[in-house]
Design a protein around this ligand. Structure first.
Ligand code: APR
Length: 244
């Protein structure tokens, strides 16, 4: 089964009602990320950091996956789909995607401040000062903050290196190392970029730009890939085998 690797960003969740970061009404228009999404912020004002993520987690519990998430889940019936997401929401999983790699963490999980590998689910939407891990240390959001290492880029690169097709959805490609993942894909594979502001990627002339929202562009692209898959499969079935 061919492997399709999909890099998603905040834009795929925009039509679910979750703010992006750098659009006109984006999160970084209302917050300075240095004050709510960095180790320095956590040291300076942990309650503000916890409140920032509590508000985002509360909203996440009130929204739902959109047609783009569901289309990628449907694609799993025909391809080995590997989602590599920059998003911390769980909308891909809630839409039915089974292989989701979070580069920047997961909003509905907490992490021990004593042991990074100690990760637990957050029940509900509130994580407060005084909520402790099993080692007795404060729990923090399980999110990769600015200045921290994106450890999951290593398995993400391994996925990209084996892609038979590569799709980018809803990202400004402003944050590294995620923005550079395309560089690890095999030369010559089909590649697509679905985003109203999608731009060509230097050195990748084959990247097909689809200047549409995720909610309309992704289902259309998925239908195209499925149709292509079915055509190729029928052609194989019709091709007579070697003479007996
Ligand atoms: N459909 C598709 N794309 C959309 C839509 C939509 N309906 N609405 C907006 N977009 C696109 C914008 O055109 C933009 O390219 O989504 C992208 C949002 O870009 P950013 O806000 O920069 O989000 P993202 O690229 O995911 O940011 C990467 O930056 O702040 C960090 O950790 C944070 O994971 C995040 C990372």
């Amino acid at each position: 089964m061919k492997t399709v690797v999909v890099l998603t960003g905040a834009g795929i969740s925009a039509e679910s009602g979750i703010k992006t970061f750098r659009d006109d009404n984006g999160l970084w228009r209302n917050y300075r990320f240095e004050e709510v999404a960095s180790p320095h912020a956590w040291a300076a004002d942990p309650e503000l950091v916890l409140e920032f993520y509590n508000l985002r987690r509360k909203q996440l519990l009130e929204v739902h996956p959109n047609p783009a998430h569901y289309a990628l889940a449907k694609l799993q019936e025909f391809f080995d789909v590997k989602i590599v997401t920059q998003n911390v929401d769980d909308l891909h999983e809630r839409a039915g995607s089974r292989n989701v790699l979070h580069l920047h963490g997961e909003l509905r999980k907490a992490r021990s401040t004593a042991d990074d590998s100690l990760v637990t689910d957050i029940d509900g939407w509130v994580l407060n000062l005084g909520d402790m891990c099993s080692l007795g240390s404060q729990l923090r959001p399980h999110v990769v903050w600015f200045g921290e290492i994106t450890e999951n880029i290593v398995p993400a690169i391994a996925l990209a290196e084996k892609a038979d097709a590569f799709i980018i959805v809803g990202t400004s490609l402003r944050v590294y190392p995620a923005a550079n993942l395309i560089s690890y894909t095999p030369r010559g594979i089909p590649m697509f970029f679905v985003d109203p502001q999608a731009q060509p990627y230097p050195g990748f002339a084959a990247l097909q730009i689809i200047k549409q929202t995720a909610g309309s562009g992704v289902p259309m692209l998925v239908d195209h890939l499925i149709e292509e898959y079915s055509t190729q499969k029928n052609a194989k079935n019709e091709t007579p085998g070697p003479a007996p």
